[in-house]
Every structure is written in structure tokens, then in C-alpha cells.
Design a protein around this ligand. Sequence first.
Ligand code: C5P
Length: 252
Amino acid sequence: MQMNEILKEKIKEKIVLALDVKEFDEAKTLVDELSPYVGTFKVGLQLYTKYGNEVVDYISGKNANFFLDVKLHDIPNTVEKASENVVLRGANFFNVHATGGLKMMEAAARGAKKAAEKLGKKPPIILAVTMLTSISEEVMKDEFEIEADVSEFAIRLAKLAKKAGLTGVVASSLEARKIKEACGADFKVLCPGIRPEWSAKDDQKRIATPKFAIGEGADYLVIGRAVTKAESRIGAMEKIYEEIGELECLQR
Ligand code: C5P
């Protein structure tokens, strides 16, 4: 399929590549190779705690968003200052735990806004992690003594994140539609657990194809091993572009 540039840009904006690698050199290779296809590079705690500024500076030098996956969770004052620093450090995308509560999320938004103003930039995208996928209903019940449906609990936290002024949430594509219905179309949803039909599932359980996730309303897709471990990374990206490009909602 011949894809026009507008459609390619729309898809690129949605692709968040997870740089889940051990070494800086591996991250550099991925960034160099995949920059034409990736709107945002996500750096997690593994890489950040080892290479910190080096990796930040490398990505900031590229024409892409830099997502620092720090999942902040502390008292509001600490989160406010840390959020300010995260943005001053160059991230225009970061996240916090919604279970830190309304005041903490408001503090994150405040800190980030302050930093963006200092830099003369627009405020960053701040996403709330509602419930970690590692927390099952059993854990909620047995360890926290919370009798709630995980999915309903996640929606409650998403509403709270919206009230705090955050941009959106991290959620499974299986919940994206419900979150959009509850919080509105402008409230962003970033979906991990993305697996095209032709790729291995690895350790992910609640997976969905890129096409399904976007059809359900996902604004951003976190893509990791489906591309980074593919025999041809560019080939895998091109296939993903082609599959997503078929969606009618992107043709308008
Ligand atoms: O390689 P894969 O596509 O499974 O990578 C998924 C990425 O999304 C990882 O960086 C992982 O930390 C992140 N993530 C996830 N599930 C969540 C939240 C984040 O897999 N619920």
C-alpha cells in the first residue's frame, strides 16, 4: 500500500518505543534506526538508573518526544519538585501513580507546568498509571483487603487523574473504550501489551494488536519487543504501519 505523508505522521505520533535494553549502545542503535517511525522514545528505570543524563541527552538531541517512565509516587511536595526536575531535564512525557491520590497528581501537574513555563515550552504530557498489570484482583483482595473490580477501580482512578488535570492514563487496550466513555475523547490513553498477530506474546497476558488498540481509542501504543526483537526491526515497523494504516478512523 502506498501511504501518504499525512497518514504516516498520524501513525508516527502514536508510536511509543520502549527502550527496555541494558546498555546505552543498544538504546542508541534503536533510536538511530527507528527514529523515522517513532514519535516518542520511552526510557524506563532500568536504563535511566544506569545511564541517566547520557541517555536523556541523546534522545533530546533527536526530533522525538522523550518519555521518562518514572512512575512517581510520593507525598505531594516531593512529587511536585520531582516533576519539575523531570521536565527541566528534558522529558515532555512522564507518568505518576494514580494511587498517590488527587493532591499528589495535582502537585505533579503544578510542578511540570512551572518547569515548562521556565523553559518556554508547552506543558508536558502526564499520564497516570491506574493499576499495575501485576496487581490482580486476588492481590487487591488478599493483600490490600480491597473488594473491588480491578477494571472499575482503574476507571475510578482515571476520573481522578482527569480531575487533577493530567493528560491521560496508561491502560490496557481492552479498557481504552470504557475510559474514553468515562473521561471524554480528549483524555489520552496509552496502551502497552501490544502484539501484532505475527509476533510472540512473551510474558504479556492481556494483549491486543496495534490495529485493535487504535480502533478501541488508544492514542498512543507502547511497542517494545514486537519490534526490538524482530529479525528485521524496520520490516516489523513497516508491517505495523501498514496494518494501522488500514483503519478508517485514521483516513479522515
Ligand atoms: O516488550 P513489550 O511490548 O511487552 O514492552 C512493554 C512496555 O510497556 C514495557 O516497557 C513495560 O514496562 C511497559 N508496560 C507494560 N504494562 C503496563 C505498563 C507498562 O508492559 N501495564
